[in-house]
Design a binder for this molecule. Structure first.
Ligand code: ASP
Length: 444
C-alpha cells in the first residue's frame, strides 16, 4: 500500500465511500450513522485544508515576489495570468452556450416534471437563501476594486472568503521587501522561506488523511443525495454540462501539449490528487493548498509563478462554474419557455464572466451566481425559485465536476505562464523541495 501512488489511494477511498454509502442507505439508521460517525472526519479534513490556505498564500506569495530580481517580472506574470484567465473563462462560457443551444436539453422537459420539481424544491431553504445572497451581491461597478483593499489585515487573515485581500496585502508586502535595502530584507526573507516550508510540510501531513477523508465525504454525499428517479429526469441537462466540462478538459490538455510539448498524461498525473480532492470537497479554496503543492512540486512550475497564479485563480477563475452557468441559464429559459435572443446570449457571456470573478470558491456558489446571470437577461423575479428548483436536485454532483475543471484551468494557466517565462522546471528542480525530498513520511 505504501508504494501505491497517492491518487490511487484517494480513488480507492472514494470507491469505498460510495459503496459504503449505497450499502448503509438500505438501512433505516444508515443516514444518521454516517452523519454522526463518518461525516465529521470529512469535515475535519476540509477544515484542516482551509486552516492552512491563508498562511500558505501569504508565505508563498511573499516568497515568490521577494525572490524576483525586479518588479517588472511580477508585472509580466500578472498581466499574462489575467489575460489567460479571461480567455479561458470566455471559452468555457461559449462552449456551454453552443452545447445548450444545439442540444436543447430544456426543450424535452415535460410540464409534469416541472410541476414535480417545483413542488419538491421551490420552497427549499437553500434556494431562497441563494436568491437572497445574489441580491446582496448587487453592488456598484467599482466595488470589486474597493473590496480588494483590506481595512484591517487581521480581519482579512481571519476570514477565508477574503482571500483576495490577503493576496493584495501579500503583493504589497513582497514588493516592499524588494524595494528596501536587501541586507535588511534578508532576515524576513529567511523567516518567510522557513514558514513556507513548514506550511507545505503541513499540506503533506494533512494529505496523509486524504484517502480516509474522501471515504467520509463521499459516503455522506451518497446518503444525503436525492432519489435516483428525480436525477434521471435531469439526465440530459446533466449530460450537457458534463460534455461541456469534458470538452474544457480536452481544451486544457491540447493547450498544454501545444504550448509546452508535455503529454496529457504528464499533466493529469501531476495534478490528479488535487482533482480528486476538488471532486470530493466541491471547493477550489479547500483544494488550493494541494493544488499549489502539486503544481509546484510535481509539474515543476516555479513558486514565483504558482504562488500568484493559483490563489488568484481559485478566487477569480472558475471555468467549470461559468460553463455550468451558461448551460443552466439557457436550460431554465428553454424549460420555462422564456425566449432568449442573440443579445441575451451575449449578456450571459458577459455576466457569467464577471460573476465567476466575483464568486467565492466554495460549494454551491455557482448557483448564487446563476441567479445574477438569470436576472441580467430579465428573467422574471417571481419565477427564479421555480428556475432554480429545476436544477437543484442535480446541483451537487455537477458542483463536484465543475470544481475539478475550475482547479484544472488554474493549473493549466500556471503551466502556460511558467513556460512563457522560462519558469517551468521539468524534471522538477530538486532545490525547490529540499526538506520534503529528505523526508521519512513520503506520500509520493
Ligand atoms: N464549488 C465551486 C468551486 O469551489 C464553485 C461553484 O461552482 O459552485 O470552485
Amino acid at each position: 500500500m505504501k508504494k501505491l501512488p497517492l491518487h490511487w489511494k484517494i480513488v480507492i477511498g472514494m470507491v469505498f465511500g460510495i459503496l459504503f454509502g449505497v450499502l448503509v442507505s438500505n438501512f433505516s439508521w444508515g443516514k444518521q450513522f454516517v452523519s454522526d460517525w463518518i461525516a465529521p472526519f470529512g469535515t475535519i479534513f476540509i477544515r484542516l485544508l482551509k486552516l492552512i490556505a491563508i498562511p500558505l498564500i501569504f508565505t508563498s506569495l511573499v516568497k515568490g515576489i521577494s525572490d524576483l530580481k525586479d518588479i517588472s517580472r511580477f508585472r509580466n506574470i500578472g498581466v499574462r495570468t489575467i489575460i489567460l484567465y479571461i480567455n479561458t473563462t470566455a471559452t468555457a462560457i461559449i462552449i456551454g452556450l453552443l452545447l445548450v443551444n444545439t442540444l436543447k436539453p430544456g426543450a424535452g422537459i415535460s410540464q409534469e416534471t416541472i410541476d414535480e420539481l417545483t413542488e419538491t424544491y421551490a420552497g427549499n431553504a437553500s434556494i431562497s437563501s441563494n436568491i437572497q445572497a445574489a441580491e446582496q451581491q448587487d453592488s456598484g461597478p467599482l466595488d470589486f476594486l474597493v473590496n480588494l483593499v483590506p481595512e484591517n489585515i487581521f480581519t482579512a487573515f481571519g476570514d477565508n472568503s477574503l482571500m483576495l485581500q490577503v493576496i493584495f496585502f501579500s503583493i504589497i508586502f513582497g514588493i516592499s521587501m524588494l524595494l528596501i535595502d536587501p541586507e535588511r530584507a534578508r532576515p524576513v526573507a529567511k523567516l518567510i522561506t522557513g514558514l513556507n516550508e513548514i506550511v507545505l510540510k503541513m499540506v503533506n501531513l494533512i494529505m496523509l488523511m486524504a484517502p480516509f477523508a474522501v471515504f467520509a465525504l463521499l459516503a455522506q454525499i451518497v446518503v444525503s443525495s436525492d432519489n435516483v428517479e428525480i436525477l434521471q429526469k435531469l439526465l440530459f441537462y446533466g449530460a450537457t454540462v458534463l460534455l461541456g466540462l469534458i470538452l474544457m478538459l480536452c481544451f486544457y490538455l491540447i493547450v498544454v501539449y501545444l504550448y509546452t510539448g508535455k503529454s496529457p498524461g504528464w499533466f493529469i498525473k501531476g495534478i490528479a490528487p488535487a482533482q480528486l480532492l476538488a471532486f470530493s470537497t466541491s471547493s477550489s479554496a479547500a483544494t488550493l493548498p494541494v493544488t499549489m503543492e502539486r503544481v509546484t512540486d510535481h509539474l515543476g512550475v516555479d513558486n514565483e509563478v504558482s504562488s500568484f497564479v493559483l490563489p488568484v485563480g481559485a478566487t477569480i477563475n472558475m471555468d467549470g462554474t461559468s460553463l455550468y452557468q451558461s448551460v443552466a441559464a439557457v436550460f431554465i429559459a428553454q424549460a420555462l419557455h422564456f425566449p432568449l435572443d442573440f443579445s441575451d446570449q451575449l449578456t450571459i457571456i458577459l455576466t457569467a464572466l464577471l460573476a465567476s470573478i466575483g464568486a467565492a470558491a466554495v460549494p454551491g456558489t455557482g448557483m448564487i451566481m446563476l441567479v445574477i446571470v438569470l436576472e441580467s437577461i430579465g428573467f422574471p423575479a417571481d419565477k427564479l425559485a421555480i428556475g432554480l428548483a429545476l436544477i437543484f436536485a442535480i446541483d451537487r454532483p455537477l458542483d463536484m465536476c465543475r470544481t475539478v475543471i475550475n482547479i484544472t484551468g488554474d493549473s493549466m494557466v500556471s503551466v502556460v505562464v511558467a513556460k512563457s517565462l522560462g519558469k517551468l522546471h521539468y524534471p522538477v528542480r530538486k532545490e525547490e523541495i529540499p526538506l520534503r525530498e529528505k523526508d521519512d513520511i513520503s506520500l509520493y
